[in-house]
Design a protein around this ligand. Sequence first.
Ligand code: BJW
Ligand code: ZN
Length: 252
Amino acid sequence: MKTSKTVKERVSGAESVCVLTGAGISAESGVPTFRGKEGLWKKFKPEELANVDAFMQNPTLVWEWYSYRKKVISEVQPNPGHFALAEMQNLIRDFTLVTQNVDNLHTRAGSRDVLELHGNITRSYCIRCRKPASEELLQKSEKAAPVCDYCGGLVRPDVVWFGEYLPAAAFEEAVDAAGRCDLFLCVGTSGIVYPAASIPMTAKEHGAFVLEINPEYTDLSSRVSETIIGKSGEILPLLVRIMKEEHNHESA
Ligand code: BJW
Ligand code: ZN
């Protein structure tokens, strides 16, 4: 890994770390990202499918799309990038993991208290009474959006679509953590979807070292402290190794 002395110093000396992940961290597990060459949304623009109007106009199309993605996600495993972040949580006194991903892979890798800004595809709820849909109802509804057992309303995936507010408590906690961390990691996100993309800048404005990890430069690259060009499944384990060395020094 080609890193500057500053990166090593900032990583090894970090006492409060906040991480923002995007679809790129799950790419090495086999979950397609949204945008770009291999992007999930080559045929449809994200804005066209991931909004409530699209769902109301064609619930079957949108539901089928989410059923397909749920199936993909259920068949893959967390990768070394997810596991490295789970390990990092045990090394750092004040650690916050914020994700835009809906795939549940951080939790499956052992991360605790993950702040899920865009929801979680494994859950669904009724648009009328807001009650969560039972596993039994979801099991038998692969093709068409089911109706709620309680009120007959349409059931939708528990994710955040364009034009919808992010879960307020999770977003506030993420902004707080960004404001107090000394190291902020921005991992596998194109940085074009707001308000999530504003969180690294909050960290920077409060004096954190903002380190981006991505195989390509992004909309955020010119505004972060440094970018490491590389895959998260390769770079994050190296950062954990640097943190562990520091840990061993301290306890020696
Ligand atoms: C690797 C890799 C490897 C590859 N290792 N990396 C301010 C300014 C402008 C616009 C707005 C603004 N505020 C709000 C907006 C509007 C809108 C928005 O941001 N639009 C932009 C597109 C311009 N935002 C919203 O509507 C948000 N809500 C909101 O603001 O509420 C307030 C409000 C209410 C009412 C009216 C108006 C405002 C909600 C946004 C919800 C986003 N939802 C989605 C879908 C979730 C459900 C689902 O999964 O289907 O979330 S869209 C999609 O994009 C998904 C993702 O979480 C999100 C971000 O994508 P991400 O993760 O960055 O993925 P990619 O594919 O873009 O990038 C992958 C990266 O990985 C690439 O860089 C690769 O290089 C890299 N990579 N392999 C590491 N191995
Ligand atoms: Zn209902």
